[in-house]
Design a protein around this ligand. Structure first.
Ligand code: UD1
Length: 415
């Protein structure tokens, strides 16, 4: 359980860690490599440990020391990802494309993950079929087989995971693949950079069309994981929410265009110097409207934290969630803390209130739980006791210690 006594402005600097959502597909990509891969700036998070466990179970040799990870995918790996290891994290599904690309066959359990909508994997499977894989579902597992060949494929929706899976699979296919309507998230560029360092021939990552010239084999490489834009955004949201002044170090403001603009529109002062992003909110914050969209739009992974900060803004905010269904799970808990939020389908109307009060609340998914931490820091009365904090630990490294260092009154209590 995490206990927060709010009402203190956050002040100081916070070191931003490597991006979870970049590190997970990078680890999976190591399956494709015939030689040793080394990743640096890997965050120490539960999701990373889950992927480590899954890859090790399949026979990969992994050493994770400090923030560096060495991965050796041996030829005798078993290309099978069982339910027990996959169900905890949807990103486990990232192993499907590389297993198929390297071994020509894979058996991967259908994933679980955050409870934010149905989150199907139809685009992943449809795309792999377009690359020549034969796919069937048996007892909850996807069984994919076949030597992949280059092909043209247009995604129905720019899914981040599907773009990554297809890019990885195509990198060792026979021939050229053109993927259109792909996701443009910075994590996709990071993955393409790593795959190219292994010897792949990928161009266009970061745009809506990616071309992959398939190669016979991939070697090894060393790579530094990009900074976590969502972690940075969460700390900056907490700074604004508490009317504080926080500088995120080792961050990349270019990855947060829409979010930073919106904070500014709400009345925050923003200063970017190289890899430092400073956000301060000495004056009041006013309500804003925003809509989540695939990158470079407003990140859905920052929607909940931003909703929390807007609960005490002056005036009314309108939030529209277009990426996931059912991603307002923080709203009911925020209401228990005194927020005024009305939900109508994928729209939330947040009417600013004077103050929030601490309450016992329950984390339901990773980003919703980050929103509850932000709300707890804002609450000027009482204590907020957040249970089910394993959701937070999936994506934030020792969040309570880092917030304490910024002046928050927050602690972890064994349940
Ligand atoms: C990734 C991120 C997650 C983020 C999300 C959107 C990782 C590990 N996770 O998740 O933090 O919230 O991008 O930015 O990188 N969809 C389908 N069919 C598919 C695939 C997706 O309908 O085959 C739908 C999903 O249900 C969802 C939307 O597309 O509504 C976006 O999903 P997607 O971009 O695939 O998200 P993930 O890769 O799972």
């Amino acid at each position: 359980m995490i206990l927060v006594r709010g009402g203190r402005p956050l002040r100081g600097t916070v070191q931003i860690r490597g991006a979870k959502n970049a590190a997970l597909p990078l680890m999976a990509a190591a399956i494709l490599a015939e030689e040793t891969c080394v990743l640096h700036n890997v965050p120490c998070l539960h999701d990373i440990f889950s992927m480590d466990k899954l890859l090790a179970h399949m026979g990969m040799k992994i050493d994770f020391t400090g923030r560096s990870m060495t991965l050796e995918a041996r030829p005798e790996m078993t290309p099978e990802a069982p339910y027990d290891l996959v169900r905890k994290m949807r990103a486990s599904f990232f192993v499907l494309g590389p297993l198929l690309g390297r071994f020509g066959r894979a058996k991967v359990s259908l994933p679980g993950g955050c409870a934010i909508g149905t989150r199907p994997v139809d685009i992943h499977l449809d795309g792999l079929q377009a690359l020549g894989a034969s796919i069937r579902i048996e007892e909850g597992n996807v069984i994919a087989e076949g030597r992949l060949r280059g092909s043209n494929y247009a995604l129905d929706f720019p899914s981040v995971g599907a773009t990554e899976n297809l890019m990885m699979a195509a990198s060792r296919a026979n021939g050229v693949t053109h993927l259109t309507n792909v996701a443009r998230e910075p994590e996709i560029e990071d993955l393409a950079k790593f795959l190219n360092a292994l010897g792949a021939q990928i161009s266009g990552a970061g745009t809506d069309m990616i071309t992959v010239v398939g190669v016979e084999t991939l070697g090894g490489a060393e790579h530094v994981v990009m900074p976590d834009r969502i972690e940075a955004g969460t700390f900056l949201a907490a700074a604004v929410a508490t009317r504080g002044d926080v500088t995120a170090l080792s961050a990349n403001a270019d990855h947060l265009p829409n979010f930073l603009n919106k904070l500014e529109e709400a009345g925050a002062e923003i200063e970017v110097r190289g890899t430092r992003i400073r956000v301060a909110a000495s004056n009041g914050i006013k309500g804003i409207d925003f809509t989540t969209r695939p990158y470079p739009g407003f990140a859905t992974d920052l929607q909940a934290q931003t909703m929390a900060l807007l609960t005490c803004a002056q005036g009314v905010s309108h939030i529209k969630e277009t990426v996931f269904e059912n991603r307002f799970m923080q709203a009911a808990e925020l209401t228990r803390m005194g927020a005024d939020i009305a939900l109508d389908g994928n729209t939330a109307v947040v009417r600013g209130v004077e103050h929030l009060s601490g309450a016992p609340v329950m984390a339901s998914d990773l980003r919703a739980s980050a929103a509850l931490v932000v709300a707890g820091l804002m609450a000027s009365r009482g204590e907020t006791a957040i249970s089910r904090v394993y959701h937070i630990d999936r994506g934030y490294e020792r969040i309570e210690e880092r917030l304490s260092a910024l002046g928050a009154d927050i602690e972890r209590i064994r349940e």
